[in-house]
Design a protein around this ligand. Structure first.
Ligand code: HEC
Ligand code: HEC
Length: 412
């Protein structure tokens, strides 16, 4: 981590521009009638498709429909788990929800995570881009091979990058600058922009990003979360957990109209709080939004998501009971030896080999020490510029013309 090489990527930016110029033909073949729920009185807006041919995969609509079915299935599983949970006991000073309170928190987090109603067109949940069967990353193989950035609630606005796993993300510390190392540590997202300063947790802070990210859930106002929760099936569990007086918020009559218009729409101008609330109601909505982030964080921190159950974890627990195979051991020795991977991906093992005879007994360079950590995360929580080039297939870079709502994602 000490050596940081800054590699200029200007040349690659030029390459991306060249690709855009070479493929100016715009495809409209993939626009279809997908998006709004049946029975919605509004006409669905035309799909946004500024992409050159080959960026959107041909099976995009059927894959989106498949993942939405899976999201709904996990949401119903969360509801069943919530209903089966014995209610916690409110007790103690300071008061707390004893016995099942933390499990309630985790399961509310799961229900929030897979609720597709938290988006203008009721078609995006966190889980849509983070599915369990791919390590909580992006679940659409053809998207991973073509557009890379995942399609948001207003199709086909595309998010920035591939979806990061959210396993172990709650373990990152609040973003901090280490004066001695002259480097940043902690924070969530690839660029650590979820600092965690507000809630004391980068991961809870992170969960407050996607609902109002124009390329993801795309709600135009954070208060839309409280608004949508007023009609959530699991509302009573949220209130039992946090005590927020959700129903007391007097939402203006045009709130649904506002919340079903994706963020960034020119109609909003620079107003990031278009739902007009009294200061008291805005405060409740803000609390709801904080609690949204905190419950999702606790779901991600729970063994349901961050299980520490890998073969390597078992090996660390007892190398004799759970030995690595010869191949695995060879890879591991390379990882922590010649390949130097564990100088950045800290593996929790001691790095001080017992010296060879005559001072010690082990052959040179064999690590016979105890684990330095029994729950290593294979990261130093720092950032390193690895000099990777821009990927010219990333749909994100082609969003250079205004969409139906007059919005252009400004990435440059
Ligand atoms: C449209 C796809 C999409 C949706 C919806 C989405 N994410 Fe993500 N998520 C991403 C992408 C892309 C990244 C990496 C973004 C970056 O670094 O800029 C990411 C990063 C993350 C990370 C950071 C992990 C780390 O180690 O730093 C977490 C945690 C996460 N998402 C959780 C969530 C939660 C919670 C929600 C719902 C509130 C959500 N995501 C909704 C695509 C999505
Ligand atoms: C100079 C520090 C450094 C070294 C040395 C290093 N890595 Fe990394 N590695 C990183 C960083 C930083 C990332 C995140 C890169 C990004 O932005 O996508 C990463 C990402 C990864 C990922 C992807 C993880 C994910 O969640 O997507 C894998 C796998 C990986 N490295 C394996 C290795 C292996 C194997 C080695 C040794 C051959 C190695 N790394 C050496 C810094 C390093």
């Amino acid at each position: 981590m000490r050596e940081r090489r800054l590699i200029a990527i200007v040349v690659l930016c030029c390459a991306v521009v060249a690709v855009i110029l070479l493929f100016p033909q715009f495809s409209s073949a993939q626009n279809g009638g997908f998006g709004l729920k049946k029975g919605d009185p509004d006409t669905p807006p035309p799909f946004y498709n500024p992409y050159p041919f080959g960026i959107l995969p041909p099976n995009l609509n059927s894959e989106i429909a498949r993942v939405l079915r899976e999201v709904d299935f996990i949401e119903s599983e969360a509801l069943a788990q919530l209903r089966a949970l014995p209610p916690p006991t409110l007790t103690n000073q300071p008061p707390l929800l004893a016995h099942t309170g933390q499990r309630l928190n985790v399961l509310v987090g799961k229900a929030l995570n897979f609720d597709r109603n938290i988006s203008p067109f009721k078609d995006r949940a966190c889980g849509f881009c983070h599915m369990p069967y791919v390590g909580f990353s992006g679940p659409i193989p053809s998207v991973n091979l073509t557009m890379i950035a995942y399609p948001g609630s207003y199709q086909y606005r595309a998010g920035k990058r591939t979806a990061q796993r959210y396993t172990y993300s709650p373990s990152f510390p609040v973003l901090n600058y280490n004066q001695t190392q002259q480097a940043f540590f902690g924070g969530n997202f690839w660029d650590s922009r979820a600092t965690g300063y507000l809630l004391g947790s980068p991961d809870a802070n992170q969960a407050q990003g996607p609902p109002v990210d124009t390329q993801e859930h795309a709600l135009p106002d954070t208060a839309c979360v409280a608004f949508r929760l007023q009609s959530a099936v699991y509302k009573s569990f949220f209130i039992e957990l946090w005590g927020d007086d959700l129903d007391a918020i007097k939402f203006p009559h045009n709130t649904e109209e506002i919340c079903e218009t994706p963020g960034g729409a020119s109609i909003f101008g620079t107003d990031t709080m278009p739902v007009k609330l009294s200061p008291v109601d805005r405060a409740i909505a803000n609390h709801v939004y904080d609690h949204w982030g905190q419950s999702i964080d606790q779901y991600e921190a729970s063994p349901d998501v961050s299980a520490f159950s890998s073969k390597f974890d078992a090996f660390l627990h007892s190398a004799t009971t759970n030995p690595l195979s010869a191949d695995e051991m060879a890879g591991y020795n390379l990882f922590r030896g010649k390949a130097n991977c564990n100088s950045c991906h800290l593996d929790g093992r001691s790095t001080a080999p017992t010296p060879p005879p005559p001072e010690g007994e082990a052959p040179n360079s064999t690590d016979t020490g105890a684990e330095a950590s029994t729950a290593p995360l294979f990261t130093c929580f720092g950032s390193a510029n690895l000099g990777l080039p821009l990927n010219p297939r990333n749909a994100f870079y082609y969003q250079t013309t205004p969409d139906f709502f007059g919005f252009t994602e400004m990435w440059h």
